[in-house]
Design a protein around this ligand. Structure first.
Ligand SMILES: *[C@@H]1O[C@H](CO)[C@@H](O)[C@H](O)[C@H]1NC(C)=O
Ligand SMILES: *[C@@H]1O[C@H](CO)[C@@H](O)[C@H](O)[C@H]1NC(C)=O
Ligand SMILES: *[C@@H]1O[C@H](CO)[C@@H](O)[C@H](O)[C@H]1NC(C)=O
Length: 373
């Protein structure tokens, strides 16, 4: 019961408390360590010191987070934070930028707002750590860890990457000097190139000791307020062109999981289908009535106009206006700013990736199962 009281004082109250009660055996995390890679959806402060517009270390970001604005691109916890709690960690995994030697043996978060599979992705907004650089950072972390060979194989590795390779690269409005991909490649070819590069990066992670690897597919960014606003002339509530590319990407990610599982028989890769979890064109099943989460997950409707609205007032492209007042009821909004989700949406993603509700949520199985194989 010790951790019960620890939680009571340390974290935002009831929701978290009940989540812990659901999944956590009171003492020890289910895995010894947890490493996080990716972009702004899971960044927890790595960009704070960079010369970059990819930042969220100011209010109203973090308005529902115990430590306030830490650099997380949401009002509360990211889904990677919440998955860490489901895994039984009593503290959030620290960002690489500030992690101390004492902290790194439980894991490090390398994610960086604006980052992509491709090096150049996101560069119009300044510095960020691409996935390649994040892997270099990981290499440097593990050189600081003792007993690493057995240890690193038991960790969970979460990767959420790829969205910016579309919205901050391929589909970034042209006549800018940064991105030429859409002039050179058809969508199919570009997606193949991304997959080839991602596949190399995943093999690098394997070579650095990763064996339990969770790959998040892309969410339907075509319905995000940012994309809807950008392509307004087409007059659609959701920008199908962008969603189609996400469909193409996700459909290549699943076979990649099969391929890697076959090739690396001592490793387990899984794919999380966030499209299934946040399905918006039909009413998504709600969690079982007994679940305390039932009331905190935003109601899903097929009213895409309603969903394509950010909770905070927007400055420029996508970010909340500094010190602005966000919508009072975060649980009724899918998006916090015009790209990133509210914490209630993150709770839905974390809950169903940890324990799948529908067979389509996770392939070949969910994160909870991955901890047991
Ligand atoms: C990791 O670092 C070591 C030592 O600097 C280097 O030899 C190795 O090639 C690096 N591995 C990767 C995958 O970057
Ligand atoms: C590995 O070493 C760290 C300290 O460096 C220790 O906390 C951890 O329990 C060890 N893990 C294993 C699996 O031996
Ligand atoms: C993800 O789930 C959606 C909705 O259930 C489904 O249509 C789609 O085929 C799934 N994607 C993949 C790559 O499995």
């Amino acid at each position: 019961m010790n951790s019960y009281f620890g939680l009571l004082v340390s974290i935002t109250g009831l929701i978290v408390l009940l989540q812990f009660g659901n999944f956590v055996d009171c003492n020890k995390p289910q895995v010894p360590c947890y490493f996080i890679f990716g972009d702004s959806f899971v960044d927890s402060g790595n960009n704070n010191q960079l010369k970059s517009n990819w930042k969220a270390n100011f209010p109203p970001y973090g308005i529902d987070f115990p430590k306030g604005h830490t650099g997380r691109f949401t009002n509360g916890r990211t889904f990677a934070d919440i998955i860490g709690q489901f895994l039984g960690f009593d503290e959030f995994i620290p960002p690489y930028a500030t992690a101390t030697d004492d902290q790194i043996s439980k894991g490090v978060n390398y994610a960086s707002g604006g980052a992509g599979i491709q090096e150049i992705t996101g560069s119009h907004n300044g510095d960020r750590a691409s996935l390649d650089l994040q892997l270099i950072h990981h290499n440097s972390t593990i050189s600081r860890i003792q007993n690493k060979t057995t240890f690193l194989k038991q960790c969970i590795y979460l990767i959420n990457i790829g969205a910016h390779d579309f919205i901050s690269n391929y589909y970034h409005l042209s006549n800018d000097r940064y991105y030429k991909a859409s002039e050179i490649y058809k969508l199919d070819v570009y997606s193949d190139l991304l997959m080839q590069q991602y596949s190399r990066q995943l093999r690098t992670l394997y070579n650095l000791g990763g064996r339990k690897i969770v790959l998040f597919g892309l969410t339907q960014l075509g319905c995000s307020p940012y994309v809807v606003e950008r392509y307004k002339p087409t007059g659609q509530a959701c920008q199908l062109m962008v969603d189609d590319s996400i469909y193409v990407f996700n459909n290549r990610l699943k076979p990649l999981v099969d391929e890697l599982n076959k090739e690396k028989s001592d490793a387990r890769f899984i794919f999380i289908n966030t499209t299934s979890i946040l399905h918006r064109h039909e009413v998504a099943p709600v969690p079982p009535p007994s679940s305390p989460l039932a009331t905190t997950i935003p109601a899903r409707t097929d009213d895409t106009k309603l969903l394509a609205r950010s909770c905070c007032p927007i400055d420029g492209d996508w970010a909340c206006i500094l010190n602005s007042v966000p919508c009072p009821s975060r649980s009724s909004s899918t998006y916090f700013d015009s790209v990133h989700h509210t914490e209630p949406t993150n709770i839905a993603i974390a809950t169903r990736s940890y324990k799948a509700l529908l067979p389509t949520d996770a392939y070949p199985y969910d994160i909870h199962h991955l901890t047991e194989v």
